[in-house]
Ligand binder design. Structure first.
Ligand SMILES: Nc1ncnc2c1ncn2[C@@H]1O[C@H](COP(=O)(O)OP(=O)(O)OP(=O)(O)O)[C@@H](O)[C@H]1O
Length: 231
């Protein structure tokens, strides 16, 4: 999947100026960048929710019906129970789908005990966990997860990452997610897309990013690359 010549502004605020980048089909794609860099906007454009200028060329992306998107703040009817929401998501598949071991584990360890809880009574982290799980049980070609780890504790973070990676590795799905928890990149088989200064300022894997920044700490690498573009 490739994006060429992405230019985009919200009224007078320019977000992207000729951004070019690629996403891989067989690895988890992780978009990183500072707050306000445009990560959510990029997902919105990929989904087709936000329209960019006519110079944009997007190659090999599935069309909207073949994409499922977990928005950053996904809201649902608060009076529904977790079980009702899961059934709603399941009903949007027109056939039975296979569930990965990681999805089953996530269901047994996290979701099961929440089944009869109404959404309005879930904590922020529990709500996030339910929404990511529900998104993952949809059968689509491309999965977009905007900040799937926000508000969850480190135990759930790891379970969620396993679940998301299993979509790519076991189900051969395409996945693009945004992430602020850079320490997680170390253990992830991921293609990183670093958005900053209205462009893609780096793309590659974890070790290539450290190499590009000439440092062995990902947080410092991020800071260095971020500072370099704001000079
Ligand atoms: N609908 C909108 N109208 C005007 N400005 C917007 C709109 N949506 C986002 N923005 C602005 O565009 C910029 C990019 O926003 P975006 O949400 O894409 O960033 P982000 O990288 O996802 O940030 P974060 O990491 O904080 O979630 C921000 O400065 C934001 O205030």
């Amino acid at each position: 999947m490739e994006i060429k010549h992405l230019n985009f502004s919200y009224k007078n605020k320019e977000i992207f100026a000729d951004l070019n980048t690629k996403f891989t089909d067989d690895q988890l794609n992780v978009i990183i960048g500072s707050n306000g860099a445009g990560k959510t906007t990029l997902l919105n454009i990929i989904y087709g929710f936000t329209k960019a200028s006519s110079d944009l060329a997007m190659t090999n992306f599935p069309s909207m019906p073949n994409i499922i998107y977990k928005f950053q703040n996904m809201t649902f009817f608060a009076e529904l129970t977790v079980k009702q929401v899961i059934n709603f998501f399941k009903s949007m598949n027109d056939h039975a789908i296979t569930i990965t071991d990681s999805q089953t584990r996530f269901y047994n360890e996290i979701i099961k005990e929440l089944l009869n809880t109404k959404l309005r009574l879930l904590s922020g982290g529990e709500y996030q966990a339910v929404m990511v799980y529900c998104t993952s049980i949809m059968d689509r070609e491309l999965y977009l997860f905007d900040e799937p780890l926000s508000e969850v504790d480190s135990y759930i973070e790891n379970l969620l990452l396993e679940l998301i990676v299993s979509l790519v590795v076991e189900k051969k799905k395409k996945v693009i997610m945004t992430l602020h928890q850079l320490n997680k990149l170390n253990s992830l088989p991921a293609h990183i897309v670093f958005v900053g200064n209205k462009k893609c300022i780096f793309q590659g894997d974890f070790s290539q990013m450290l190499h590009a920044a000439d440092i062995d700490d990902i947080e410092i690498a991020f800071k260095k690359m971020r500072q370099a573009i704001s000079c």
